[in-house]
Design a protein around this ligand. Structure first.
Ligand SMILES: [Zn+2]
Ligand SMILES: [Zn+2]
Length: 384
């Protein structure tokens, strides 16, 4: 690996920053202490910043002259889960844990900020976005609603995530979809309650529930091409409270993932038609709502990331044929606004998976990630 020596020299300090962040995790949009800590570091580096979104922070570094505006993003939030690593720097907040490595992403961005402040040679403007609420709290949307793309004409935007299962000298770049969309649906099925002995005098909702659940399983094998990727999972069924009462209402909830916008449309339409069909068949009322939570994360400039990563980890360690993850990432919203891409940096072959109670961020990824960011900026600087 060819890491930036100007960043490597601070490795011990970076590790202690990361371990500090790890020990005091904040969840969702409530990242005010993390932001205060980052502001302190940026003040040390002489980097200016402004608040944006809800408890997100935008640092700004001007280059030597006019040029492109290039943004980089790291997320900062932790998860509501109990840490079981037993590490000396493990979470001091019961029930909260940096189980997705956003402590490491934040530190990576701080390493990059310091590098740019001390050694940056570029034209244009670099924006460093420290984002709250990635884990399903709409943090990226809050930043967009706060007019990030109106305030700044961003030419390119880049981000990264650590990825367990890959070696620390491996970087993954996807051509096209990198991570799946995530949608959530609710179906309320309303019948008419009554005594269990006389279903013919009630409108019994469970036969409709059974047909909906079964029908939903046939959408992917029968409506979606075998070449496309999608998952539909029924995750909740709620209804009834007694052995001898047919209830009025049952609620079904579920989750949909895909890496293709057209497939996403087709699944939404098919689930809606299925709900209409069971309403007709069983004379129940149905109320179907489909909420598109995260879009597909599409990389539009993977070649820039491939070139940049190759200069850090070597061409043979830049993997471009990996399947996209069926998990989602709110960075996808930024890729609807500008060009760029999102890369995975190896967190170690034996690393527990993200969101696991024994997971920990691999500190080497701070050096790899920030070095890749430096090279990504160099790549953009070479563009006409
Ligand atoms: Zn996560
Ligand atoms: Zn994450």
């Amino acid at each position: 690996m060819i890491l930036k020596p100007e960043i490597e020299v601070y490795f011990e300090e970076l590790k202690s920053i990361r371990q500090h962040l790890h020990s005091c995790p904040e969840v969702g949009l409530e990242t005010s202490e993390t932001v205060a800590f980052i502001k302190g570091k940026l003040d040390e580096f002489g980097v200016g910043y402004e608040d944006i979104g809800v408890n997100s922070l935008l640092a700004k570094i001007e280059g030597r002259g006019a040029g492109k505006t290039v943004a980089f993003r790291s997320d900062m939030d932790a998860l509501e889960t109990v840490e079981e690593t037993g590490l000396p720097y493990q979470s001091t907040v019961k029930g909260r844990m940096h189980a997705c490595g956003h402590d490491g992403h934040t530190t990576t961005m701080l390493a990059f900020a310091r590098y740019l402040a001390e050694h940056g040679e570029f034209e244009g403007t670099v924006l460093l976005l420290f984002q709250s609420g990635e884990e399903g709290y709409g943090g990226a949307l809050k930043v967009i609603e706060d007019n990030l793309f109106e305030k700044y004409s961003i030419d390119y935007m880049f981000g990264l995530h650590n990825w367990p299962g890959y070696a620390e000298d491996q970087v993954v770049v996807h051509f096209g979809a990198c991570m799946a969309s995530e949608d959530r649906f609710d179906l309320v099925i309303r019948g008419k309650s009554g005594h269990a002995s006389v279903p013919h005098l009630c409108v019994e909702p469970f036969a409709a529930v059974a047909d909906f659940v079964k029908g939903a399983q046939t959408i992917i094998p029968r409506r979606i091409s075998a070449h496309d990727k999608a998952v539909i999972s029924i995750t909740q069924v709620h209804g009834g409270s007694a052995y001898n009462v047919i209830p009025d209402e049952v609620i079904i909830r579920g989750n949909v993932r895909t890496t293709d916008d057209d497939v996403q449309d087709l699944i939404e339409e098919s689930l809606g038609k299925l709900a209409d069909g069971i309403a007709e068949m069983y004379q129940v009322e149905t109320l179907f709502t489909y909420n598109r939570k995260h879009p597909v994360l599409m990389n539009s400039t993977p070649e820039l990331a491939v070139n940049a990563a190759a200069r850090v980890v070597g061409k043979e360690n830049v993997l471009t044929q990996e399947l996209p993850a069926m998990g989602s990432e709110d960075y996808a919203f930024y890729m609807q606004k500008t060009k760029g891409c999102f890369v995975w940096v190896g967190n170690g072959v034996d690393s527990p998976v993200i969101h696991n109670s024994k997971y920990d961020f691999n500190d080497t990824a701070i050096l790899v990630g920030s070095s890749v960011f430096v090279e990504l900026l160099n790549e953009v600087m070479q563009l006409p």
